[in-house]
Design a protein around this ligand. Structure first.
Ligand code: ADP
Ligand code: UDP
Length: 238
């Protein structure tokens, strides 16, 4: 599979068209951003680690019956995916309070959320990804009721699969963001699942092993991503 032309350069990945209208190539770059792109740095190896991490997780999800866009790993930094018509909505699932939930509701970080909290945000950096609800999605036509239902259903199925996977490896899946798109009429999980888009804590010490290390200037960002990858069995050095 070869790249034909650049379609879009996001904050962390570049999207390329291919000879196949139904396939794209995503390049995972070392660029790391936070606060809607206000803080930006290049972190060595991050693109490779996230590309391999994402491929591993997407394959686990596919094996468990989740429709995913992952097709094949092309090389260290690139992956072939199904070309989706992306829905401009971020689906967030939270098992423990952290981040914007604490800022919004004054909740103490680390409080267990049972049942898990599910939230929608509009994917729009200029507006700082505002929180939205099903009524906004319906009125503004971002997705149909059936699509909203499916995105919620799949997001919660992903929670069961991945909470167990990380828990078996000694970690808490605190929260995560998913993006979905349409592929020939079906809702399919797109974008990426990596420590850039989720929160993972060591189950014993609650040490942060995710992008909060970058947001909060804690250092050892890629080292933490590699530690998570090693614990769940992502092959990084073959
Ligand atoms: P951002 O747009 O938030 O800066 P990225 O740098 O990760 O994010 O850019 C990747 C872009 O590719 C995102 O806009 C994402 O919605 C989009 N994307 C991810 N997977 C697919 C896919 N399978 N088909 C089409 N677009 C995709
Ligand atoms: N998230 C993300 N991209 C976004 C917003 C959030 O990947 O544009 C992830 C984030 O890494 C965390 C979860 O979604 O795992 C919930 O994020 P939150 O709403 O707490 O926002 P934050 O505190 O990161 O601003």
């Amino acid at each position: 599979m070869k790249k034909v032309s650049e379609l879009y350069a996001g904050k962390a990945k570049t999207v390329f068209t291919t000879e196949d209208d139904d396939k794209l190539i995503l390049e995972f770059r070392n660029d790391t951003s936070a606060f809607d792109g206000e803080k930006m740095e290049q972190l060595d190896r991050k693109g490779m680690v996230n590309n391999r991490f994402n491929a591993f997780v997407m394959q686990k999800l596919e094996e468990a019956g989740i429709p995913v866009h992952f097709d094949s790993l092309l090389n260290d930094n690139e992956v072939v995916v199904k070309r989706l018509d992306m829905i401009p909505v971020e689906c967030v699932v939270r098992n423990f309070a952290a981040g914007s939930l604490c800022r919004r509701l004054g909740t103490e970080e680390g409080l267990e959320l049972n049942p898990p909290v599910f939230e929608f945000f509009l994917k729009d950096d200029a507006l700082h990804d505002p929180m939205i609800n099903e009524s906004h999605i319906d009125t503004f036509g971002w997705a149909s009721d059936a699509e909203v239902g499916r995105m919620k259903e799949l997001s919660l199925q992903v929670n069961h699969i991945l909470s167990k996977m990380f828990s078996d490896a000694g970690m808490l899946l605190v929260d995560y963001k998913l993006e979905f798109g349409r592929f020939h009429g079906e809702i399919v999980l797109g974008d990426e699942f990596s420590p850039d888009g989720c929160r993972l804590w060591d189950a014993d010490t609650r040490e942060k092993l995710d992008k909060d290390r970058f947001r909060q200037g804690l250092g050892g960002v890629v080292e933490a991503y590699e530690e998570v990858a090693r614990r769940i069995g992502v092959p990084l050095d073959d």
